[in-house]
Design a protein around this ligand. Structure first.
Ligand code: GLU
Length: 510
C-alpha cells in the first residue's frame, strides 16, 4: 500500500469555518493513525478572492486545535513551496501537455462572445448554456481557428484561457470511500477553464497537479467538492496519471441545528454560537466574529465534538481524547448523511473537559477575571472557589460570572425566595445563626452546618426551610454551589455581615 499522505488545502478567502477544521481533523487523524503525513497546502490561485490575514488565521487555528502539520506552509518539506501562488509556473506546463495531446485548447472568446453564446442557447431552449462538447465548435478557440490564426493571436498576446476538452460521451466513475460508486455523465460536464487569462491556474488544475506531485494518497474534503470530482478524475486520466490517482472521501455536510440546509455563518450568528475557531476580524467591514477559543471552548472539546460530527465510533462512547481518536478513527465509519450541528452537545463536551482540569488551572481562570476587575485574591481562596464551582461551569468565564458573589455582597435578593420563604421564623433563625457565627475566627463547612442545625432545633424550625433564604441572604440568588462550603470560603465575619445586611433589608412576609 502507498504511504498515507493527506492534505488540508484551504483557500485563504476568509476565516476558516469550523467545517474546515473538521476536514483538517479527519485528514490529520488518518495521517496519525497510519504513521502517514499531514500536509498543509494553501490554494491561493484566485487572486480576486484573496483575503489578507486569512492564511495566518488558518495556521493559528490549526495550531490552537492541536492539528499538527508535518509538511507544508509554515513547516516546509520536500515538495515546497506549498503555496500555490508560488508554484504558478508549474501548472502551465501541464496545461501545455494537455494541449499538445489534444485534450485541452486555447479559447479566445471575449466576455461579450460568451454572453452571446449563452443568449443564443437560451433562445433555442437548450437545457444548459455550457461551454462544452455541444458548443465548443462554434466558438473562437484553437479547435475552430486555423493554426496560423492561433499563433498570431498568441503572439499578439490576445487574452486567452486554456480549457479542458471534456470527452463528449461516456461517463466517469468514482469510487468514493464514503459515498460508494458515484457516476457522472461526461456530457454533463462543461469544458472547464484550466488556466485563466491572468496566467494563474484554476483551482481544478492546480489541485490535481499538486495532489499528484505531492503524492497524495487520500483526498478527504467537504461534500461541496463532489461535483468537481469527475473533472478531477478526468484530469488524472488525460494527464496519464490514473494509476497514481488518490482515493476520494467526501465528507457529509454540516447542517443547521434543525437539519434544514447547510450551516452558515448567518445561522450561527442568529442562534448565538461561534462558527469560526478563533476571533476573526473581517478586513473589509472590520466586523469581529467571535471564535470558539474566545467564547471559552477548549480545543479538546472542539476536537471531540467535531470528530463526532460526521463520524461515529460504532459504540456508545462519546468522550474521546485526540489520542483515542487517532486509535479508533476510520474512514468507513464516516456517515453519508449530513451532520446536524448541535451546540448544546458542544457545550456538554466543553463542560466535561473544563471540569477535568486541575484545580490550579481552574483557579487561574478565576484569577485572570479577578485581575481584569482589579480584585486581589489569595491563591488558596481562588482554588477553593474554583473547586466549589467546578461542577457548575461550562466556560472559563463562568468562574467569574458564578463566583462574583464571593467578592461583592448582594445588592438585591431573589424576589421569589423573599416573597415565598422569608417568614419571621426564618428571620429569627438567621439572626440567631448570625449571633453564633459572628464571634468565630474560622468556619468550616461542617461547623457551619452543625451550628445551623443547632439553631434550628433550638427555635423549632426545619433546616430545610432555612437553606434557601440563607443562600439568598449570602449570595442574593436562589441557587448556587454548595452552601456550607460557600460559607466556609467567605469566613465567619463576612457571613455574619451579609446576614445582618439581609435582615436589615428584607421584611418578613408573616
Ligand atoms: N481549496 C479548496 C477549498 O478551499 C480545497 C478543496 C479540496 O480539498 O480539494 O476547500
Amino acid at each position: 500500500m502507498k504511504p498515507v499522505r493527506v492534505r488540508f488545502a484551504p483557500s485563504p478567502t476568509g476565516a476558516l469555518h469550523i467545517g474546515g477544521v473538521r476536514t483538517a481533523l479527519y485528514n490529520y487523524l488518518l495521517a496519525r493513525q497510519t504513521g502517514g503525513t499531514m500536509i498543509l497546502r494553501i490554494e491561493d490561485t484566485d487572486q480576486e478572492r484573496f483575503v489578507p490575514g486569512a492564511e495566518q488565521y488558518i495556521l493559528d487555528s490549526l495550531r490552537w486545535a492541536g492539528i499538527e502539520i508535518d509538511e507544508g506552509v509554515g513547516v516546509g518539506g520536500p515538495h515546497a513551496p506549498y503555496r500555490q501562488s508560488e508554484r504558478k509556473e508549474l501548472y502551465g506546463r501541464y496545461a501545455q501537455q494537455l494541449i499538445e495531446v489534444g485534450h485541452a485548447y486555447y479559447a479566445f472568446d471575449t466576455e461579450a462572445e460568451l454572453d452571446a453564446m449563452r443568449e443564443r442557447l437560451k433562445s433555442t431552449g437548450a437545457s444548459n448554456q455550457q461551454y462544452g462538447s455541444q458548443t465548443r465548435m462554434s466558438m473562437r478557440n484553437s479547435l475552430t481557428l486555423a493554426p496560423e490564426e492561433v499563433n498570431r493571436l498568441l503572439r499578439e498576446k490576445t487574452p486567452y484561457v486554456i480549457r479542458l476538452k471534456m470527452p463528449a460521451e461516456g461517463d466517469v466513475k468514482l469510487n468514493d470511500l464514503i459515498r460508494g460508486e458515484v457516476v457522472f455523465q461526461n456530457a454533463q460536464v462543461d469544458d472547464k477553464v484550466l488556466m485563466k487569462s491572468d496566467g494563474m491556474p484554476t483551482y481544478h488544475l492546480a489541485n490535481v497537479v499538486d495532489d499528484y506531485l505531492m503524492k497524495i494518497s487520500h483526498v478527504i474534503r467537504g461534500e461541496e467538492w463532489l461535483p468537481s470530482a469527475p473533472l478531477h478524475v478526468t484530469l488524472y486520466r488525460l494527464l496519464g496519471w490514473q494509476n497514481e490517482m488518490p482515493q476520494f472521501a467526501h465528507l457529509p455536510l454540516l447542517l443547521k441545528p434543525d437539519g434544514h440546509g447547510k450551516l452558515s455563518k448567518r445561522d450561527a450568528d442568529q442562534l448565538g454560537f461561534p462558527i469560526f475557531p478563533l476571533n476573526w476580524k473581517d478586513p473589509k467591514s472590520g466586523e469581529i466574529s467571535r471564535g470558539y477559543r474566545e467564547w471559552g471552548y477548549l480545543p479538546e472539546a472542539v476536537i471531540n465534538f467535531l470528530a463526532l460530527l460526521g463520524w461515529n465510533p460504532g459504540t456508545e462512547q462519546e468522550l474521546f481524547s485526540k489520542e483515542e481518536l487517532v486509535q479508533v478513527f476510520s474512514l468507513n465509519r464516516i456517515n453519508k448523511a449530513g451532520a446536524r450541528f448541535d451546540i448544546q452537545k458542544a457545550q456538554w463536551f466543553n463542560q466535561h473537559y473544563l471540569r477535568a482540569q486541575p484545580d490550579d488551572v481552574l483557579a487561574g481562570y478565576l484569577l485572570s477575571s479577578l485581575k481584569a476587575n482589579q480584585i486581589n485574591c489569595p491563591q488558596d481562596k481562588a482554588v477553593a472557589i474554583a473547586k466549589v464551582l467546578r461542577e457548575r461551569v461550562t466556560f472559563p468565564a463562568d468562574f467569574w460570572e458564578q463566583g462574583k458573589f464571593f467578592f461583592y455582597p448582594p445588592t438585591e435578593y431573589d424576589p421569589q425566595v423573599v416573597a415565598k420563604k422569608w417568614t419571621s421564623t426564618v428571620a429569627a433563625v438567621l439572626d440567631a445563626y448570625r449571633q453564633e457565627i459572628e464571634p468565630l475566627t474560622t468556619l468550616t463547612h461542617t461547623d457551619a452546618k452543625q451550628k445551623l442545625d443547632e439553631v434550628c432545633a433550638r427555635l423549632q424550625a426545619k433546616t430545610g426551610q432555612i437553606l434557601q433564604p440563607l443562600r439568598t441572604a449570602i449570595t442574593g440568588g436562589a441557587s448556587g454551589p454548595d452552601l456550607m462550603v460557600t460559607l466556609e470560603i467567605l469566613g465567619p465575619k463576612e457571613v455574619a455581615h451579609r446576614l445582618a445586611a439581609a435582615l436589615h433589608t428584607i421584611k418578613p412576609i408573616a
